[in-house]
Structures are given as structure tokens and as C-alpha cells.
Ligand binder design. Structure first.
Ligand SMILES: N[C@@H](CCC(=O)N[C@@H](CS)C(=O)NCC(=O)O)C(=O)O
Length: 210
């Protein structure tokens, strides 16, 4: 039994989505981010970074959204969300998992928390730079999907696609959402058509980007 500490629509979204896809028994613990529960000592004992998600795996906390997505795919190989070792698909899977986590997600952190890099005076400049970085990331992902898709690792859906769809969702209110790019739009349409998608949004109480 897994326990997911989550905030609706946040970096826990891809982890929750995979738990549903895998049919993995789990319980949800909603973190009250408005009350800054993620910064309270009880939560910091689980995740010293004070962010969501945290997943209890065999009774021990594990954090980092991308790591959790890869971990769940590896723990439930029968679902086929982890490409076979030694294949080109595996190389693309790892490449995109790390690229999304190392490059794209930090740009979103700057977009949503623009005072963090350089204080409140620099918020507008930070947001503008984050927007440019995010849009450049969509340029690259769109080109990749057009050439090598329809999924990030090629022909078959893999765990990294759930992370990519989560990040695309985060861009929904930006000046140019990810779905403005044609190959990304096709990819998102496919991901949204999965029966797990409405179920995920229902369980998280989300009504946007359905
Ligand atoms: N690298 C972390 C980042 C997680 C993260 O930034 N989570 C945000 C929500 S999307 C959060 O908890 N924000 C609340 C805060 O920073 O206090 C991960 O991928 O798990």
C-alpha cells in the first residue's frame, strides 16, 4: 500500500496518475498548502525540501516527482511503462525524464514562484525569462514528437509521458500553452483519452483542462 502526500494539480499529479494507471493500492493524504503544511515539522520529517509530492513506499518516504514516476514504473513492470533495457526507447525515456526534471520543471518553478531566484523586485524579469525557457522547451519537445513520436520514448506510452502531460497542463494559463504546438497537442489529446485521466481529475477535484 502506497500513501501519496499530494496537492491537487501540483507535482504530485503525475505520480497520482500513475498510481491509478497501475491499479496500485494507495491512499491519499492531501497537504494543506494554503496553511503551509508542507513547511511544518511533521511533513519536513518526510520530505525535508518542504514540497509535494512525497510517496510512502514500503513504509518509508520517497520524494521528487520524476523519481517517483520512474520508481513506480519500475516496481510495476507488467504495466509496460518502462521500456526494455538496451533499447533506443529506454535511452529516450531516460533522456526525457531527466530533461523534464532538470530543465523544464525548474523553469516552471521560476514561473510559479518568481520571487525565489532574485527577490520580489525581479519578479517580472524572472517570469519573462521563465516563459522564454518554457516555450523553447515546447519547441524542442514538439520537434521530437513530430520526428520520433507519438510518445516521448517512441511508439509506446511510457511513464515519462505522464510527467510531460503534467507539465503541459501547468502551461494552460500561460500566454502560449503547450497545446499551441501541433505535435504536443496530438500527444495531449491521446493522453487525455486514457480512462485514468477523468478519474484522476475527479479524485483531485479538478475541473480545468479536461
Ligand atoms: N523537485 C520537486 C519540486 C516539487 C515542487 O516544487 N512542488 C511544489 C508544488 S508543484 C510545492 O510543493 N510547492 C509548495 C512550496 O514550495 O512550498 C519535485 O519534483 O518533486
Amino acid at each position: 500500500m502506497y500513501t501519496l502526500y499530494f496537492v491537487p494539480g501540483s507535482a504530485s499529479y503525475a505520480v497520482h496518475w500513475l498510481l491509478i494507471e497501475l491499479g496500485a493500492p494507495h491512499e491519499l493524504r492531501r497537504v494543506d498548502s494554503e496553511a503551509r503544511e508542507q513547511k511544518q515539522p511533521a511533513y519536513l520529517k518526510l520530505n525535508p525540501n518542504g514540497v509535494v509530492p512525497t510517496l510512502m513506499v514500503a513504509g518509508k518516504p520517497v520524494y521528487e516527482s520524476a523519481a517517483l514516476v520512474l520508481l513506480l514504473a519500475a516496481r510495476h513492470p507488467a504495466a509496460g511503462f518502462i521500456p526494455p533495457a538496451g533499447t533506443r526507447a529506454e535511452a529516450l525515456y531516460l533522456q526525457w525524464a531527466f530533461h523534464l526534471a532538470n530543465t523544464v520543471q525548474p523553469a516552471f518553478r521560476a514561473w510559479f514562484y518568481p520571487d525565489e531566484p532574485a527577490g520580489p523586485e525581479q519578479v517580472e524579469a524572472v517570469k519573462e525569462r521563465a516563459r522564454t525557457r518554457i516555450e523553447a522547451a515546447w519547441d524542442r519537445l514538439d520537434a521530437h514528437l513530430a520526428a520520433h513520436g507519438p510518445f516521448l520514448a517512441g511508439a509506446s506510452v511510457s511513464a515519462v509521458d505522464f510527467s510531460a502531460a503534467m507539465l503541459a497542463r501547468w502551461s494552460r494559463s500561460m500566454p502560449k500553452p503547450a497545446t499551441e504546438w501541433p505535435s504536443i497537442a496530438r500527444f495531449i489529446k491521446t493522453m487525455k483519452a486514457r480512462p485514468s485521466f477523468p478519474e484522476l481529475n475527479r479524485r483531485e477535484g479538478l475541473t480545468e483542462w479536461l
